[in-house]
Design a protein around this ligand. Structure first.
Ligand SMILES: [Mn+2]
Length: 424
């Protein structure tokens, strides 16, 4: 389905008077509103190819209809999102779920939709039908050298696909670990993993980055070989300058202070990127900002502070990706909500009065510190985010327009009701 520009224009014209009224008020409240809008226009969040279909639980999938049946259709879906919000200008592919048969044609199609290829993701947490050896007892950590070699070769294969598409980073997430005490020698598992990662790292082109994602538990329930930020940091320190830790918000033990983790990784120059999602209990993969919007704001507060301290480009120096997928919403509507939630947290963090906060911190005025942060969090930035979209050519109300144009109904008519996207 193509979304004609005039339809967005018409939608915006209808909403413009109301938008302008809200925007005028917000601009009067937020001192640096114009600078924030510019930063929002530049900020793009990559959409994972596996989030375009329903998924999310181990127990069952309930397809919603009109799901993309091929990589081409996945790109079209991300293109639709980007046309609506002008903030989803990248796609993150999962190999082998999305192996491009004709890389050149795929690249052209993506460019037609204004999309780039963000990090490519390897998969050694599942066995594929044509695979010689099993990952049942781990991949890069495996006690069997042959299994490790197979997993290394897979990652190198993923890098090759990424090069063809113009991607510049590899995300490695390992489910490696153990389910029972005694099953694994922790030190040997670490050393095997490090040795394997060294080989993968060496196969990357000079302009590539490696993101090493950690996760506390699941599918292994006793130990995970890259289980937390400290373990990931320990690996990436040894691997080299282009190896970084990737933070997935859902991959921590309950109540972890993620904003502090982010602050320190950034300070050490080892934060590479993000997987946004939200959760209440574990790795729930819910819509970003749906459950703990204050936490998301606090994370962005540290990101903005830390990136500015290092003179980093907010839009390009870190990898911004969504990693969420579940059962009960239209996946495209869900992604629109996630991007909106992320943009709001970013805009609020940009509006924090940093000078005042520093002053208050320097005299330990705890009350004032809290007031400054909460004032930013409680400021309504929705019209600021909408203005950035408007200026970039997107829709003032992407979700509203998605429904008004009956996008899902159109996709079902095109693709059928019983389609299932490849992925989780
Ligand atoms: Mn992730």
């Amino acid at each position: 389905m193509q979304l004609e520009k005039y339809k967005i224009q018409q939608h915006n014209d209808d909403l413009l008077t109301r938008h302008q009224r809200r925007l005028n008020f917000a601009v009067s409240e937020i001192e640096n509103a114009e600078a924030i809008i510019q930063k929002l226009v530049d900020f793009q969040i990559a959409i994972p190819s596996w989030a375009l279909g329903t998924g999310g639980t181990r127990f069952g999938r309930f397809a919603g209809g009109g799901e993309p049946r091929s990589l081409e259709e996945k790109i079209e879906d991300v293109g639709l999102l980007h046309a609506l919000n002008q903030a989803s200008g990248a796609i993150s592919l999962h190999i082998p779920w999305d192996i491009p048969k004709d890389a050149k044609a795929i690249k052209t199609l993506a460019a037609q939709h204004g999309l780039k290829f963000d990090a490519v993701n390897s998969n050694t947490f599942q066995d594929q039908p044509d695979q010689a050896l099993s990952y049942k007892f781990g991949s890069l950590q495996n006690v069997d050298k042959g299994v490790r070699k197979q997993a290394i070769e897979h990652n190198i294969e993923v890098i090759k696909h990424g090069i063809e598409l113009g991607s510049e980073s590899l995300t490695v997430w390992l489910s490696d670990g153990s389910c029972f005490p005694g099953q694994l020698n922790f030190r040997r598992a670490y050393q095997n993993t490090l040795e394997s990662l060294h080989e993968i790292y060496a196969a990357m082109p000079d302009n590539w980055k490696m993101f090493l994602e950690y996760k506390a538990y699941e599918p292994n329930f006793y130990s995970t070989t890259v289980g937390d930020w400290g373990q990931s940091y320990s690996y990436v320190q040894k691997l080299g300058d282009r190896a970084y830790t990737l933070v997935d918000l859902g991959h921590h033990l309950p109540n972890a202070n993620i904003e502090q983790i982010v602050a320190l990784l950034l300070m050490e120059g080892k934060l590479g990127g993000f997987h946004f999602n939200d959760s209440k209990y574990g790795d729930d993969d819910l819509t970003a900002g749906a459950m703990k919007p204050y936490q998301l704001f606090l994370i962005f507060n540290e990101l903005v502070d830390g990136m500015d301290a290092r003179g980093m480009n907010h839009a390009t120096d870190l990898g911004w990706m969504i990693d969420a997928s579940h059962n009960v919403k239209d996946p495209l509507e869900d992604l629109l909500q996630s991007v909106e939630g992320i943009m709001m947290a970013y805009a609020q963090a940009l509006s924090v009065d940093r000078k005042a906060l520093e002053e208050a911190q320097s005299i330990s005025d705890v009350v004032r510190c809290q007031e400054i942060l909460q004032n930013a969090f409680r400021t309504d930035v929705r019209s600021i985010v909408a203005e950035a979209r408007l200026r970039a050519g997107g829709a003032l109300n992407p979700l509203g327009l998605f429904r008004q144009l009956k996008v899902r109904e159109n996709l079902i008519a095109e693709r059928g009701l019983k389609t299932v996207a490849t992925g989780l």
